[in-house]
Design a protein around this ligand. Structure first.
Ligand SMILES: Nc1ncnc2c1ncn2[C@@H]1O[C@H](COP(=O)(O)OP(=O)(O)OP(=O)(O)O)[C@@H](O)[C@H]1O
Length: 981
């Protein structure tokens, strides 16, 4: 356990990788400096560590003067006054007022993305409400001040407390001692019951107490009264207490309800159900620990990232004005996770009370190319002209990117009308992405799902009880449930299938359809290798499930995967609703989003309301003399606002409960809007191989039965912490469940409809034990089959290896790998980028449409370089350049892969991850080009087999940059590769 000084909390973690920043680092961070080499506790194959290249849009020259700190704003001033009041109250209580004026305000404190929950399971703000939280804070502040003041006065109070709190009854003693401090502050009216609940809840009290003690000691440190808060006795008392096993047991306690009479509902003896409950509890405890470890690592990483100063073109030069970058085109900038120098333009209330704030780039210039997209969690704070963030961070998510290319709207956590907007107004603002579990909402929702599983999983009234019992029971339990006619695993039991007009389904697809439509089958795992039609099949399954009267919830780990399903389902005529923010703004997807549907329905109502408002405002202006009439009109105006709110809620409820299919991300399914519409008959999780298990439980617990589709031989869930990974957080439920009960839950798709057989054969042999067969429809298709494509040796070749080594073993000039100088840890290879560009030109010259070509690389630095190179040819704009990870789930006629790695050590990094290479190769329908240094790549036996396969079933060329053609662009007239007889 250690102190996370940024959040002022103890962090329980014995994981080396999850250690909070060292003292040196803490000082460093507090100063807002940029650590040159962010510590990344990641495995070499952790793809999520998308290297961050933050590049600011420098502010216009007139705006480069440093801006005043936010602490001068009125909101902060009010907060200070409030704080001072609290300090005075403390003095009145004999607390000694440890903090005084010097207590750093939240605004001045270093940014922190930490939240509650880090210290066990305290009652959160949502549960208690602001007033109760403030009341607790005041009480605990007094107690913390008193303890610290006693130490300053040389009393032995801390030592005495150490003895008392460290004992077995220490928790009780702590709670009892807290009471006088709490009762000294008046309880907020009407909330007495909540206050009483909170003031006897040990994790909640401890959580507040440690924050306040940290705050008080920090203020002493700032005043120079102590040199290091960690050296104080008060701090040690707290540390010992937090380390005690009693404490750790207490903060984990979730008081699960014991299952009552559940045996009658699933037909299993109570004794066996209790065993099941025990294994659920063990699982939940283990997963909660892993989530916490992972979150700590992600928080640490995010904290470093957020404190990083955006990188300018050249550190030695002053920032270039926006005009420079605009006039030099966007290729001069990089795709980044950060957007700087934004101004707040307006704020409004969105659907469901979201606080939407619109930002625009200073000077009306374009946004830089960004990886941010709707739904991404972000941190918003003010920054100076170099993009250095100075203030506390407001979390929110990207609502949309303006069509004008200059603006971005963020939905902030705060409510519309609070001080957030005024605090940001007139300042230069910076927006940064927050990754994974560092996003507090995602973490909280995962944890809540586990708690729900533990508390309700085996309760009689749980709709998903059969799913829970199947996944936590043993094989005998499963048989027993079936004997009692509660479940049915018989393969012939599904409904009869009338064959679809669209596809002639193969036997494995038909089997999956039949099993998936059996209402009494609680769990089905569809294991589908690439191109076997999972998306097609799920679409058919959903249509048929709706026809047999089922209401369906469809989820996936990423917004992109959800949108893929929305696109596919929107052609079926079903009533579908997409909850959350669509990433793809195709008309298909946008028109199905909850926001759009509700806005459409409310258009007339809003118009009418606006007309009434305008009339009332006119009336108000005319009765300025008559106070009582004016008050009446104001009341009416207020009522109109409420009417709109109510109408909105009612419409949302209507839209969602009328929907035959609701779609969201896994964590999005925890949205109260979705939960409130009642349970589902069927839950389908697509790309389930990429989701961590706790996230899958969010949707699963909302449906009577579930289907998990995916492929555990493709990309796995992203986990940064080595300890969490080793503990099993990286293993998906799809993978775990597919081996349960001797494979009873699983069915496999065995025919692929995407790739030329030479491509599929490699994947089949390497990843699927030779069981993946190619449909005759695609087995021999080639680029040259298209009437608009010239038949050359390239377009007739399904597999091509472009080797940057010459036959004599010498590496071609310029083909060595380089570490990204931006310090991202990523690699790039200039020579390979040139060869890829030339190969794209060759394909296009042969008549292959640029929109059917995709260039992939595992390294983001190479992806950025490739984008820049291809942008030099305007005709190549439709060629998509992507990391392998972000192209999973999609396909293209021709795929070019740049492997990048070329070094004398034969280090291949995460190229050695077979699942990633499997995804890369199997995106191709008709042609794959692999560009690499074979003598480096062949150090991995897995990759060496891939090279052998290409040599055997495809073509090999030894190439140097410029050797493929004269880089004459789209205008060239000669085929440039030597023809092969
Ligand atoms: N029965 C079928 N007959 C003909 N074509 C099919 C059939 N099933 C699927 N396809 C086609 O196969 C291709 C791949 O399908 P789909 O994208 O659904 O595969 P997938 O399993 O989701 O792939 P991945 O796992 O790589 O994302 C699509 O072009 C689809 O139209």
């Amino acid at each position: 356990m250690s102190l996370d000084i940024l959040s002022g909390k103890f962090v329980f973690s014995s994981c080396a990788a999850a250690k909070p920043p060292s003292k040196k680092m803490v000082t460093f961070l507090a100063a807002g400096a940029s650590p040159s080499t962010p510590s990344r506790s990641t495995s070499s194959n952790a793809p999520s560590l998308r290297p961050r290249r933050v590049r600011t849009v420098p502010s216009s020259p007139t705006k480069q003067a440093p801006r005043p700190a936010v602490s001068s704003t009125s909101g902060t001033a009010k907060r200070r006054v409030r704080r001072r009041k609290v300090e005075e109250e403390e003095k009145g209580l004999g607390g000694g007022g440890g903090g005084g004026e010097c207590v750093p305000s939240m605004e001045e404190a270093p940014i922190s993305v930490a939240t509650l929950y880090q210290n066990g399971d305290p009652l959160g703000r949502n549960e208690l409400g602001r007033c109760v939280v403030e009341w607790l804070r005041q009480g605990m502040r007094s107690m913390a001040s008193k303890l610290a003041a006693a130490e300053m006065a040389g009393d032995l109070v801390p030592t005495a407390l150490a003895l008392e709190w460290g004992s077995a009854e220490g928790r009780l003693a702590f709670v009892i001692q807290a009471q006088p401090y709490l009762s000294a502050a008046p309880m907020p009216q009407g909330l007495e019951a909540l206050c009483l609940k909170a003031c006897t809840h040990y994790p909640t009290l401890f959580d507040h107490f440690q924050r306040e003690l940290c705050d008080v000691l920090l203020s002493y440190q700032h005043q120079g009264l102590i040199s290091d808060l960690r050296a104080t006795q008060s701090w040690r008392v707290l540390e010992e207490m937090a380390n005690s096993s009693e404490h750790q047991a207490a903060v984990r306690t979730t008081s699960p309800r014991r299952p009552k009479a559940v045996h009658s509902s699933i037909g299993i003896s109570l004794k066996k159900v209790r065993l099941m409950q025990t294994s659920i509890e063990e699982f939940v405890r283990h997963m909660s620990d892993l989530l916490r470890i992972e979150r700590d690592v992600e928080l640490e990483f995010t904290q470093l990232e957020l404190n990083a100063v955006p990188m300018l073109d050249d550190d030695s030069k002053p920032p270039k004005p926006v005009e420079y970058l605009v006039s030099h085109g966007q290729a001069q900038q990089e795709q980044c996770d950060t957007i700087c120098n934004l101004n707040v333009i307006s704020s409004s209330t969105g659907l469901g009370g979201l606080h939407l704030v619109l930002f625009r780039v200073e000077g009306g210039h374009k946004l830089p190319p960004t990886t941010l997209s709707p739904g991404d969690m972000v941190c918003v704070r003010t920054c100076n002209s170099r993009g250095e963030g100075a203030t506390s961070c407001k979390q929110g998510f990207v609502y949309n990117l303006g069509e004008d290319g200059c603006s971005i709207t963020v939905a902030l956590e705060s409510r519309h009308g609070d001080a957030t907007f005024s605090r940001l107004f007139g300042k230069s603002v910076r927006i940064d992405r927050i990754q994974g579990l560092a996003d507090s909402l995602r973490y909280k929702r995962n944890l809540e799902a586990l708690m729900l599983l533990e508390r309700n999983g085996l309760q009689e009234d749980n709709v998903s009880i059969a799913v829970v019992a199947t996944l936590f029971g043993d094989s005998k339990d499963v048989v027993k449930m079936a004997k009692n006619n509660l479940t049915d695993w018989d393969e012939s039991s599904g409904p009869d299938l009338n064959l679809s007009e669209r596809y002639a389904y193969d036997a494995s697809q038909l089997r999956a359809l039949k099993l998936g439509l059996n209402k009494k089958r609680p769990v089905l795992i569809i294991q589908g290798p690439p191109g076997t039609g999972k998306t097609v099949l799920l679409t058919e399954l959903i249509v048929r499930a709706v026809k047999q009267g089922e209401r369906v919830l469809v989820t996936a780990p990423s917004n992109a995967a959800v949108d893929k399903m929305v696109e596919s389902l929107s052609r079926t005529g079903l009533n579908i609703v997409r909850v959350g923010n669509p990433v793809r703004l195709s008309p298909f997807v946008a028109s199905k989003s909850l926001g759009e549907i509700v806005n459409c329905r409310l258009r007339q109502f809003r118009k009418e309301l606006e007309r009434k408002r305008t009339d009332l405002r006119k009336d108000l202006r005319q009765c300025i003399e008559d106070d009582s009439l004016a008050a009446g009109i104001r009341q009416l105006l207020k009522q109109l606002g409420k009417d709109l709110e109510n109408k909105e809620k009612e419409t949302i409820r209507e839209v969602l409960s009328d929907a035959q299919v609701v779609l969201s991300t896994n964590t999005g399914a925890a949205d109260p809007l979705v939960r409130r519409t009642g349970s589902f008959d069927l839950v389908i999780i697509d790309e389930a191989g990429q989701a961590i298990e706790p996230a899958c439980w969010i949707p699963i617990l909302q449906g009577k039965r579930c289907i998990l589709a995916g492929d555990h031989c493709q990309l796995a869930p992203v986990v940064l912490s080595r300890k969490a990974l080793d503990g099993g957080l990286g293993k998906s439920l799809l993978e775990t469940a597919s081996s349960l009960h001797d494979g009873l839950l699983t069915t496999r798709l065995t025919v692929q409809y995407r790739m030329h057989d030479s491509i599929a054969m490699w994947a089949s042999k390497e990843m699927y034990h030779g069981l993946l067969k190619s449909s005759d429809l695609v087995a021999s298709h080639l680029l040259a089959d298209s009437p608009v494509v010239k038949a050359t040796w390239i377009t007739r070749c399904p597999l091509l290896l472009l080797d940057t080594r010459m036959p004599n073993g010498a590496l071609n000039i310029g083909c060595k790998e380089h570490l990204d100088p931006a310090g991202t840890g990523s690699f790039y290879n200039e020579g390979e980028a040139d060869i890829v560009t030339q190969q794209v030109l060759n394909l296009v010259h042969c008549g292959v449409s640029p929109s059917t070509i995709v260039v992939q690389s595992p390294y983001i630095a190479q992806v950025q370089l490739l984008r820049e190179k291809l942008q030099e040819y305007p005709g190549l704009c439709p060629v998509e350049v992507s990391t392998i990870d972000s192209f999973q789930g999609r396909e293209a006629d021709a795929v070019i892969i740049s492997m990048v790695r070329s070094n004398p050590l034969g280090a291949v990094g995460f190229l050695g991850d077979s699942r990633r290479i499997n995804v890369a190769i199997t995106r191709a329908r008709k042609h794959v080009t692999v560009v690499c240094d074979t003598s480096t790549i062949c150090h991995s036996t897995f990759l060496a087999r891939l090279l052998r396969h290409i040599r055997r079933y495809g073509q090999v060329k030894h190439v140097a940059p410029g050797s493929l053609d004269g880089a004459s662009g789209l205008g060239f007239s000669q085929p440039t590769l030597p023809s092969i007889s």
